[in-house]
Design a protein around this ligand. Sequence first.
Ligand code: GTP
Ligand code: MG
Length: 196
Amino acid sequence: INLQKATFTISAPDIRSLPAEGGIEVAFAGRSNAGKSSALNTLTRQKSLARTSKTPGRTQLINVFEIAENKRLVDLPGYGFAKVPLEMKKKWQKALGEYLQKRESLKGLVVLMDIRHPLKDLDMDLIQWAADSELPVLALLTKADKLKQGKRNSEVLQVRKKLAALNADIQVMAFSSLKRTGVEQANNIICQWFED
Ligand code: GTP
Ligand code: MG
């Protein structure tokens, strides 16, 4: 499996518009502005596959990218951003919730959190839900370039320790799209999920 083979498939407003179930999907979830779309571009080595933005709330649809037949990466709308009209938020949060709860093809979840403020309540809810659902999690602590090495490492250890308490299949690592930190390891874990 080669993530660089990713091609855009569809932007779906709800789960009914997604490709038929079957195969394996790995989804990218996290707070608005955490760096989900950037990580997707970095991992696929394609500059503008997923749309990124300084403005939180950029990704409002479920964006699907095909890697190989029946193997897909999914960029999900972010959560936890207050400054969005309520009606819009309701719509895309519904799509997110439905995707997570109902999508049978979902086999692995990449949870992206800004390394400077990880494990917010909604992140914990999501990770706890994945643990309860026996869905493997790769927690990427994004924008690692914003911290010095020492602080970066201590953040990773702290998050790892907190999540170890859940006794689930959860891996934690620092990630930077800017400096390409953690890209190789994240790539390997995701490819492993696709091959299981
Ligand atoms: P939504 O679609 O709104 O939920 O956001 P998102 O999680 O997809 O975030 P996105 O990838 O659009 O990135 C948000 C902002 O963070 C952009 O301004 C990016 O340039 C910036 N960013 C993303 N990754 C990194 C990184 O590794 N380092 C730094 N310094 N900035 C980053
Ligand atoms: Mg996005």
